[in-house]
Every structure is written in C-alpha cells, then in structure tokens.
Design a binder for this molecule. Structure first.
Ligand code: NAD
Ligand code: MG
Length: 389
C-alpha cells in the first residue's frame, strides 16, 4: 500500500490523479486531499477514497466541510496553515496540483519529509527554481515532472547523459486563438479564451494556453528542471498536441514523445515511476492521424514567449515577478478589467519596474516579498489602465 496525498484534489490535475488512484483501491491509502471552495466535491472524494483528512484552503469553508464529513471519521481542516500541515503527514507520493504561486509552499514543505513530489504546479519552478531544487536535494526528496511537456522530456532522457543534450523543444498547441488573425486578438472574450481546442484543463491554464503564457512558463520550468541554458530551449506550435516535447542530442537525433492529450499519462508515469504500468489512455492510431504539423511560434504575435526568454536570461527572482505579475494580469482579464493582449503589456511593465529592486538572494522570504511586490505593481498598472479608459 502506498500512502498518497493530493494537493489541489478538486482541480483538473487532482481529479485525473484521483481517477487513476481510484482504479486501484488496494494499491493506495489516501492521506490528505486538499481543495478550495468546492467543498462538496472535496468531501465526496474524501469519503469515497477514505482519506485521513480533507483540507479546504479557506477558513470560511471549513464549517461546511465539517458538516459534510460528519460521522465519516475523516478529519476536516481549513486555512493555509492547515494545507501546510497536511504536507507534514507522512506520505510516499504527493501530488502538487494547486494552481498558482499558492502551490509553492505546500510543495516545499512536502519535500521536507524526503518524499516523492509529483510536480504539476509549474509556478513552483518558475517562481523559485533554485529553492525548489535545493530543497529536494537537502531532504533527498524525489521531484518528478507532471507537466506533459516536461514529463515527455524526462522520459526521453531515461538512460541518457545530460551532457549529450543539445536542445529541448516543447510543443504548444497554440491555444484557442491559433487560427485567429492578429487584429482580432485584442477583442478576444473570456469565454473564447476559456475554450481549449485539444486539452480539458482548469480555466486559468486554458487562458494561459491561448496567450502562450502557459508555454512561456513551461520554457522557464524546463530551464530550471533540466538545468539548461536559455538558448537550449525552444517552443514550436504543433496544433495536433500529440508530440509533447522533443530532445535533441549532439549526434543530431531528435527523440520525440508522442501520446494522446490526456494528463493521466504524465500523472500515471509519475505515479508508477520508475516502472511503466498499464494506463487507461487512448492508444494512438498513426494512420488515422495521418500527419503531424508544426508552425513557427512567432514571438511578435506572442510577446509572452519573448518575455520568457528575458526572464530566463535574467534568472533569479525575475521568475517570481513574472509569475506573480502574470497571475494578476490573468485575474484582471478574467474580471473584465483588461483586454486579452493587455495581459502581456501589464507583465512587461511590472518586470521593467521591479528589475532594479529585486533582491539577489533567493530565499522563501525574498520569493514571498517579490511575489507581493509584483502583485502590488500589477494592481497599480491595471488600475492605471482602467482609469485611462
Ligand atoms: P484547477 O483550477 O483545475 O485546480 C486548482 C486546484 O487548486 C483546485 O483544487 C483548487 O481548489 C486549488 N486551489 C486554488 N487556489 C488555491 C489556494 N490559494 N490554496 C490552495 N489551493 C488552491 O487547476 P489545474 O488545471 O488542475 O492546474 C493545477 C496546476 O497544474 C497548475 O499549476 C497548472 O499550471 C498545472 N498543470 C495543469 C494541467 C492540466 O491539465 N490541468 C497540465 C499541466 C500543468
Ligand atoms: Mg504543459
């Protein structure tokens, strides 16, 4: 029996993880499930999987969670502190599936018990790459990638020497607007941006896919995870979303990872690693697929990719500022305060303003401080834009 905890259990990654675990009730013992406001789902899954504890991130949602778990013998807890405490409960495998920078600290705390952390939360490496990797090293924790592109690279690297790697190419579907003319993008609505052509994911990452901010985050994530130089990482638009990433070696070989767009593959790989076990994913029929196509990502059309390159070059806490500014810009777009193309403009302005004042040292405190300052700056920039309209 393996003891597992799922952070962000009610989200898209969390539900896919639960789907796999629920298929093997004798294989897993569920320690903690955490969620946010969807307390009904959290309680339902906690009962179904007989978890030890269910935790909502929000104090004010705790009474309802308690009520729903009454008589089940399952503990209920609420608040950010309770999420961190859940990370202390001994577990063999922990899914980091919270969305946003809020996923960083639970992951760090989980690694402190020297466990295996399956990292779906890309913000952790974007905000605090060095800190995350150092924490894993200090506590002999195993860090496994779950983002499909990074899982693909990880799989292509099995048995390979990193010194033989020339480059890594991550693919991008191009998101909801890949076939839109550029002049139409400024008027893209929330509903249009929330509809992904290939993947079913949470709303925030779906919008980030349309703006290519998701790919921008993934370039930075790849740099951190695999210890690459910025010039070794590229993105290419691949509308079919079947090749997830490619690794180019110094002998000219390109190893591509091909699979259906189903996150249960990458999650299952991390769950079974280093073994490969059967997974309930669709088997591709290459003849039916017929062809795979690729397009230039065009950094003029997608400023997020250009910004990612600048962030990778700058390194350090620039990633935390980028991630936090992007999160606020996304909030602004979701709230209807700024337009689709303004998100990149907000992030760029925040990065320009924050650059001279970024601390050099990366600690949890400086990461937190940078995130708070980038949030404050982004709110100001968004406020100024709203006032100017
Ligand atoms: P989601 O919005 O579907 O779910 C997010 C989860 O985090 C929910 O359980 C929610 O309750 C919880 N949460 C939200 N705010 C929180 C907070 N402040 N504190 C604690 N918990 C909080 O998101 P998702 O699509 O599952 O994505 C999760 C992470 O995985 C993101 O970092 C995303 O970029 C990454 N990711 C997702 C996919 C995917 O297929 N969905 C693929 C690759 C990477
Ligand atoms: Mg991805």
């Amino acid at each position: 029996m393996r003891r597992v905890t799922i952070f962000g259990a009610t989200g898209s990654i969390g539900q896919n993880t639960i789907d796999l675990i629920a298929r093997d009730p004798d294989g897993f013992e569920v320690v903690a499930l955490t969620g946010g406001r969807n307390v009904a789902k959290l309680a339902e899954d906690a009962i179904r999987l007989n978890a030890e504890v269910a935790v909502t991130a929000f104090d004010d949602a705790l009474p309802e969670l308690r009520e729903r778990l009454a008589g089940s013998g399952i503990e209920a807890a609420g608040g950010t502190g309770a999420i961190l405490e859940a990370a202390d409960r001994p577990a063999d495998w922990i899914m980091s599936g919270i969305v946003g920078a809020a996923g960083l600290e639970p992951g760090l705390r989980a690694m402190a018990q020297g466990t295996t952390l399956a990292l779906a939360n890309k913000e952790s490496l974007v905000c605090a790459g060095a800190l995350v990797l150092d924490t894993a090293k200090t506590h002999a924790a195993t860090l496994l990638p779950v983002d499909s592109e990074h899982s693909a690279v990880f799989q292509a690297l099995v048995g390979e020497d990193m010194s033989a790697v020339e480059r890594v190419i991550v693919t991008a579907s191009g998101g909801s607007f890949r076939d839109w003319p550029e002049e139409k993008l400024a008027r893209a609505t929330l509903a249009e941006a929330s509809n992904h052509p290939n993947w079913a994911m949470g709303q925030r990452i779906t919008i980030d896919s349309a703006s290519l901010f998701n790919k921008a985050m993934e370039l930075i994530e790849a740099r951190e995870f695999f210890g690459l130089r910025p010039d070794q990482i590229e993105a290419v638009i691949h509308p079919e979303s079947l090749i997830h990433a490619l690794v180019g070696f110094r002998d000219g070989a390109l190893m591509a990872h091909i699979g259906p767009p189903d996150m249960r593959h990458a999650i299952g790989y991390a769950l079974n690693w280093p073994d490969r076990r059967a997974l309930p994913v669709h088997r591709l029929n290459l003849v039916e697929i017929g062809q795979l196509t690729f397009r230039d990502p065009n950094e003029d059309r997608h400023p997020a990719l250009r910004l990612a390159r600048e962030v990778m070059e700058a390194g350090g806490l620039t990633g935390a500022a980028f991630c936090a500014a992007k999160d606020r810009a996304l909030d602004g777009f979701i709230a209807g305060e700024i337009g689709f193309l303004e998100m990149a403009a907000v992030v760029e302005t925040v990065l320009d303003r924050i650059a001279p004042q970024l601390p050099r040292e990366m600690t949890l405190d400086t990461v937190r401080g940078t995130i708070a300052e980038a949030h404050r700056l982004a709110d100001t920039v968004i406020g100024d834009r709203v006032a100017a309209e």
